[in-house]
Design a protein around this ligand. Structure first.
Ligand SMILES: O=C(O)CCC(=O)C(=O)O
Length: 271
């Protein structure tokens, strides 16, 4: 990985804070990708929910996803909290410490027409702060046509707090609060995105609007998404968003560094 002192890396960090997203090329090495692919292959069918069903999609090519694999498989935990991935995330967030909030495996089969609709992660996360980011690691070559993420630049700083939707349709999760995400085409020309190769990754701010098309290629699109909290994160329960164990019992505003032990959240080892 480029060192945080490299000029290139400074540009990447600057892009993250200006646009709300950035891309890192050729930073994840083969052993890591192989371990994650094996961990995904070992997941039980029941670990992945058929998201497309929510959009009424019954095609054999599915969009399936699971959440918090790190809690049941030490391979996800180890790679999310040691080595290049958390070190890059902390550097981009300009954070001295970093906590793993959540991870998610998202598999979009070749030919799945199910798009990931425009949304921000902020509304789903029971935390608040500026140093919150999601790292999206493709496990297969992921051009935009396969469903690599697209981002609306600057949306992380547009002053809106968007309510969480059902992810594959624009309907808000009942009981949530906030603004409805804008009604944009997935390939809206104002969006930016990157054709990704294995080894590349993107990082986006929790308040950045992002989306992904269906997968019109002939290769499945497996991805591992890792959600991190940095120094200034505090607990803030978001009404209506799916609750996580223990979060209800934490006083809102409690710094993540204090709440983490009670919640069983793991601090990353950096460097
Ligand atoms: O993989 C996808 O299609 C969506 C992932 C996403 O929105 C995220 O991880 O924040």
């Amino acid at each position: 990985m480029a060192s945080p002192s490299d000029l290139d890396f400074a540009d990447i960090v600057s892009a993250f804070w200006t646009d709300g997203c950035c891309v890192l090329r050729s930073v994840v090495e083969d052993p890591t990708i192989g371990i994650v692919r094996n961990a995904v292959a070992d997941m039980a069918g029941s670990d992945l929910a058929d998201l497309g069903a929510l959009a009424g999609d019954t095609a054999p090519s599915k969009f399936r996803a699971g959440v918090d694999q790190w809690r049941s498989d030490a391979r996800f935990l180890s790679l999310a909290t040691h080595g290049v991935l958390p070190t890059a995330a902390a550097a981009v967030l300009r954070s001295e410490r970093l906590w793993l909030y959540e991870d998610s495996v998202l598999v979009k089969d070749a030919g799945s027409a199910v798009a990931t609709r425009w949304h921000t992660d902020d509304g789903y996360f029971h935390v608040d702060g500026t140093q919150l980011a999601t790292m999206w690691v493709p496990l297969d070559p992921a051009p935009l046509a396969a469903g690599a993420l697209r981002f609306l630049p600057g949306s992380h700083a547009d002053g809106h707090r968007y309510r969480p939707t059902l992810f594959v349709i624009d309907e808000a999760i009942p009981g949530t609060i906030g603004d409805q995400p804008p009604d944009l085409a997935i390939d809206d020309p104002s969006a930016i995105g990157y054709d990704l190769d294995v080894g590349d990754l993107t990082i986006h701010h929790a308040r950045t609007l992002h989306a992904a098309s269906g997968n019109s290629t002939t290769t499945h699109r497996r991805a591992w998404s890792i959600r991190y909290c940095g120094d200034d994160a505090v607990i803030r329960q978001k009404p209506g968003a799916p609750m996580k164990p223990g979060f209800e019992d934490i006083e809102p505003g409690t710094p993540i560094g204090i709440a983490a032990a009670r919640l069983g959240l793991i601090e990353a080892t950096l460097g």
